[in-house]
Design a binder for this molecule. Structure first.
Ligand SMILES: Cc1ncc(COP(=O)(O)O)c(C=O)c1O
Length: 390
């Protein structure tokens, strides 16, 4: 099979887009693997970054900028999700994965096991082990209504001694937005074992249906008391390189413990990241940019679903409810590494499901300009039909 050469030339794409498209890791392929959007960055964020540069304030963070960031996050949690959290209960870390590592370090005892419902974002599977915590994988199920966590399996893992459950809501890679009922059921199980939850809600603003995001900490007092929530503006506003994420403490004792180490973690937060966060959360034009981006993502999600249903026999897709990630079930293709197949024969670079403990699946990032996504889906359809013919 000859590989099409993907060129952004003539597609009228902003420079920011082309980096993702060219995806230096896989030259010549459409980059649909790493979770960042090839859809540019909003004006208010560009302006905020330029302002810092023009003012010559590219130095260290200072308490004033962090305080502004805390207040902004506190306001957003209240206004968007009804989660009341004081600015002092918002901790700053460089990124969500570092925040996860910090939670393992400061809120678990040595060697305590971590429950990871699968499929799962890869660092949830790897980071605990790097910090000396065994991982208990609990595979979820797939039904007509999509992916579900195995709550009984989680219950058993906690009964066997695991102390922390990693929740990813909205879920990477399946795109599920868990319902308040599912979250409340999880909270009852975790509460009955007096265990904890690390709730990664980085994709919260990226809701693709009419259902509003519900933070896990909002479903009950029980949940709030045993949860540390992680969030960031970086996925929805496309600023992952700016290094600024938050841990939200809804237990006062957890917040007090964090305040003994917070200074250390603030050192690795970028001042530019805080400026971008404040612009994203406070400026009307940034909200409008997100609304437009969500419109494009919804349309792209439908495009993926239609292409899979119409032109990819043997592949199945439960459309994502949130995120810009499509979790494509390729198990019926009968190939060991479907992402490698698509990379080699369709020049589309996606993530291999096995990296998420979901072998046979691929994760497609559909936050691409429409013509590029169309090109990717056409090439993938051709490969699928050829594989199914053999
Ligand atoms: C669920 C989830 N959490 C965390 C991250 C990474 O976030 P950060 O760069 O802040 O560590 C990603 C990135 O893809 C993600 O999908």
């Amino acid at each position: 099979m000859s590989l099409p050469v993907i060129s952004p030339v003539g597609m009228d794409l902003p420079a920011a887009t082309t980096r993702s498209l060219l995806a230096t890791k896989y030259p010549g392929a459409i980059g649909a693997w790493v979770a960042e959007m090839a859809l540019g960055v909003s004006e208010p964020i560009q302006e905020a970054l330029l302002r810092e540069a023009r003012n010559g304030t590219l130095g260290y963070n200072d308490p004033t900028s962090i305080q502004l960031g805390r207040e902004s996050v506190s306001r957003r949690m209240h206004d968007c999700y009804g989660l009341d959290v004081a600015p002092e209960a918002v901790g700053f870390v460089s990124d969500v994965v570092s925040g996860f590592a910090a939670v393992l370090r400061h809120y678990l005892s040595a060697g305590e096991a971590v429950v990871v419902p699968t499929p799962a974002y890869t660092p949830f599977l790897t980071v605990p082990k790097q910090f000396g915590h065994p991982v208990v994988e609990v595979p979820g199920t797939y039904g007509p209504a999509g992916h579900r966590m195995d709550l009984e399996g989680i219950d058993r893992a906690l009964a066997d001694g695991a102390r922390l459950v990693v929740l990813c809501n909205p879920h990477n890679p399946t795109g599920r937005s868990f319902t308040p009922e599912e979250l409340a059921a999880l909270a009852r199980i975790v509460g009955s074992h007096r265990a904890r939850v690390f709730s990664d809600e980085i994709h919260a603003p990226l809701a693709l249906t009419s259902r509003r995001h519900v933070p896990y900490a909002c479903v009950s007092k029980l949940a709030a008391d045993h949860t540390i929530t992680a969030t960031s503006a970086s996925k929805a506003w496309n600023t992952a390189g700016l290094k600024c994420a938050q841990l939200i403490f809804t237990s006062s004792s957890d917040a007090a413990r964090w305040n003994t180490v917070a200074d250390f973690y603030v050192r690795s937060v970028s001042r530019l990241g805080v400026a971008a966060l404040v612009a994203a959360y406070e400026e009307q034009a940034a909200s409008e940019w997100l609304a437009k981006t969500l419109f494009r993502l919804r349309s792209n999600n439908t495009m993926v679903a239609d292409a899979v249903a119409g032109n990819m026999p043997g592949v199945e897709y439960q459309p994502a409810e949130s995120t810009y990630l499509a979790w494509l079930d390729c198990t019926r293709l009968g190939v060991d590494a479907p992402a490698a197949l698509f990379r080699q024969h369709a020049a589309v670079a996606m993530c291999e499901g096995a990296e998420f403990a979901g072998p046979g699946y691929v994760r497609l990032n559909f936050a691409l300009p429409e013509p590029v996504l169309e090109q990717a889906l056409t090439a993938m359809s051709r490969v699928v039909r050829e594989v199914m013919r053999q």
